[in-house]
Ligand binder design. Structure first.
Ligand code: CTP
Ligand code: CA
Length: 236
């Protein structure tokens, strides 16, 4: 059996991928987290590596093993992730913000374990907004040519009476200011828990959106192909 060699469509490109879900500490042993498994981010890292890219995987919390052949960097909370993104991004050609970043964090981190103290009371946890890492790095790039020229966001969206998945995706893409937004359609028809993903890739350039359905690796390959054609279209 001869293995199929992938075409190195991203040869020479440096790609930074954030993956998994952040954890926002409450005290030394507790956190607020989310259900991101990191599977899609790991699949993206694999697909980018197979396409010949030099990959940095900036992992928050993953439920799956990272692939071989990528440089691995870790961060835990949204604030740590932001610091790591700004430290790693210079020199990368592409940034894929796939991590599920907590929108809020506890306003205070207790230095010791939160105690029950008495019979009846319960603590109230005050939350504050986390910075929008994606929007911040897009803004910072205007003054810093070392930052990635192609920035890709991810968004899980559901449609409702107010608008379709695509409507919400388009306005999020405009709000973030990045070049591409991969919109993950979640909801009724799409079986959760299966390894099947349905995505739409939206482009700030107004190029027609690209739809893909398949395993997380198949979907990752489509995203990587779209990144490669965007780079060919606008070499720097
Ligand atoms: N993101 C980020 N920093 C945050 C929140 C989100 O960089 N504090 C990035 C995510 O990594 C993702 C993109 O922004 O690439 C979209 O995330 P999403 O949660 O869909 O967007 P939000 O702006 O947080 O809007 P919403 O209120 O719909 O959650
Ligand atoms: Ca969010």
């Amino acid at each position: 059996i001869t293995p199929l060699l992938s075409t190195p469509i991203l040869a020479g490109q440096r790609v930074l991928i954030t993956a998994g879900g952040t954890r926002e500490p409450l005290d030394p042993v507790r956190f607020l987290g989310n259900r991101s498994s990191g599977r899609q981010g790991v699949a993206l890292a694999q697909a980018a590596r197979d396409a010949g890219a030099e990959v940095t995987l900036l992992a928050t919390h993953l439920e799956v093993a990272p692939p071989a052949g990528v440089r691995l960097v870790h961060a835990s909370s949204a604030l740590e992730l932001r610091a790591a993104v700004f430290a790693e991004a210079p020199g990368h050609d592409v940034l894929i913000m796939n991590a599920a970043v907590a929108d809020f964090r506890p306003a205070n981190i207790e230095n010791s374990k939160i105690k029950k103290r008495d019979e009846h009371s319960a603590p109230v946890i005050t939350l504050v907004r986390n910075p929008d890492i994606l929007a911040e790095i897009v803004q910072a790039r205007a003054q810093d040519a070392t930052l990635p020229s192609l920035i890709v966001g991810f968004a899980a969206e559901t449609g409702d009476e107010q608008g379709s998945v695509l409507d919400y995706g388009r306005s999020k893409l405009a709000r973030k200011g990045c070049e591409m937004l991969v919109v993950n359609e979640v909801g009724a028809q799409l079986a959760f828990g299966q390894d099947t993903n349905s995505i739409q890739v939206l482009f700030a350039s107004q190029a027609p959106s690209v739809q893909a359905t398949g395993s997380k690796l198949e979907v990752a390959r489509v995203v990587i192909e779209q990144i490669a054609s965007a780079i060919i279209g606008h070499p720097h």
